[in-house]
Ligand binder design. Structure first.
Ligand SMILES: [Zn+2]
Length: 190
């Protein structure tokens, strides 16, 4: 690739003028509820590369109220926005032993994930599979399970479902109905 080509935007390019525009596009396309959109309005949303669907990102917590993504990947955006929404709405009601800055545990939610992992309802194969990984780990990949990490449980199932409420067993779905409407269009190229 020539030097000049490298200066040109890759792929579609300039679809999103800034991180905030991508955040709005994701919330539109994946059916975030009106109330969730209101709660997430002040959440700053920085994207390092607005031209590539690179995954990964960070949520800096309710005090800073800021998300940073590596690229315009919808899955990563949904994941970090779910972290943000849960912390901003008081989804967790208990502090963990190793993190005292804000609550990160929700034992009732965790119990429902555990139940879904045991049940493995064939109507909901993907979410049942993810719940199984979270609760029992996976010796093949070496993933040990989520243990006490309810924040990753919650955000992981949000991005694992990509907002499809109907893909969740009812016991899991009930934790997400204030975040998602279930009306998912999707966002091509992300
Ligand atoms: Zn996470």
């Amino acid at each position: 690739m020539s030097f000049l080509n490298r200066l040109r935007p890759q792929s579609a390019g300039n679809r999103y003028p800034n991180g905030e525009a991508f955040k709005q596009a994701v919330m539109d396309a994946y059916g975030f509820t009106e109330s969730a959109r209101r709660i997430l309005t002040p959440t700053r949303f920085d994207v390092r590369n607005l031209n590539a669907p690179d995954g990964g990102g960070f949520w800096y917590g309710p005090d800073e109220n800021r998300v940073e993504l590596f690229g315009i990947q919808a899955e990563a955006a949904i994941h970090e926005l779910a972290h943000a929404w849960a912390d901003l709405t008081g989804f967790y009601d208990e502090h963990s032993a190793d993190w005292s800055a804000w609550p990160t545990l929700n034992r009732a939610f965790r119990a429902d994930v555990h139940h879904a992992a045991q049940e493995q309802d064939p109507q909901y194969p993907r979410i049942s599979f993810i719940c199984g990984e979270y609760e029992f780990g996976n010796p093949e990949t070496g993933f040990p399970g989520m243990f006490e990490n309810d924040a990753e449980r919650f955000a992981g199932l949000a991005s694992g479902s990509m907002g499809h409420l109907n893909a969740m067993p009812p016991s899991i779905r009930r934790w997400y109905t204030q975040l998602f409407t279930g009306d998912v269009r999707g966002l091509p190229g992300s």
